[in-house]
Design a protein around this ligand. Structure first.
Ligand SMILES: Nc1ncnc2c1ncn2[C@@H]1O[C@H](COP(=O)(O)OP(=O)(O)O)[C@@H](O)[C@H]1O
Ligand SMILES: [Mg+2]
Length: 128
């Protein structure tokens, strides 16, 4: 049975949404309340002197998500028609409001990720 409570509505804790099972960086970033910013891995990958990097384990540690994050960072973002997005619309790493493409037009505010503080890397690899 539902108990009456004097706790104000904004103080009631709601379990965070955890996006279990996704292997897409965008999906995790946009749809999960639990997101750990591992974007500095991009810096490590770009600065690694080896031609190959072998990451074998552990399981469920974010390997696939992190590879997808690197892909999203390096690829040229396009709209649905395949046209490159203007720099101002590239927000996954720099943060800002993105359109969730719902009928209601609801938007989500993304936080700036740590890699966005590295201006040289951003200029050389992100902002086409
Ligand atoms: N940076 C992250 N922040 C929060 N959850 C994450 C993050 N990276 C991965 N996860 C969670 O862990 C799960 C396993 O990630 P995944 O990349 O598939 O691991 P692996 O490829 O190493 O087995 C994802 O489905 C997601 O729920
Ligand atoms: Mg995997």
């Amino acid at each position: 049975m539902h108990k009456e409570s004097n706790v104000p509505a904004d103080k009631i804790s709601v379990a965070p949404k955890i996006r279990v099972g996704t292997d897409e960086f965008y999906d995790l970033l946009v749809n999960s309340d639990v997101f750990v910013d591992k974007s500095l891995l991009i810096k490590e990958v770009l600065e690694d002197s080896g031609k190959i990097i072998l990451i074998t384990r552990p399981r469920r540690w974010g390997k696939t998500i992190n590879m997808d994050m690197v892909r999203r960072f390096l690829e040229i973002e396009t709209d649905a028609g395949g046209n490159p997005l203007p720099v101002a619309d590239i927000k996954l790493f720099t943060g800002g409001e993105i359109d969730l493409k719902l009928a209601t037009g609801r938007k989500k505010l993304l936080k700036k990720l740590k890699i966005a503080d590295y201006t040289t890397i951003m200029a050389e690899y992100q902002l086409h």
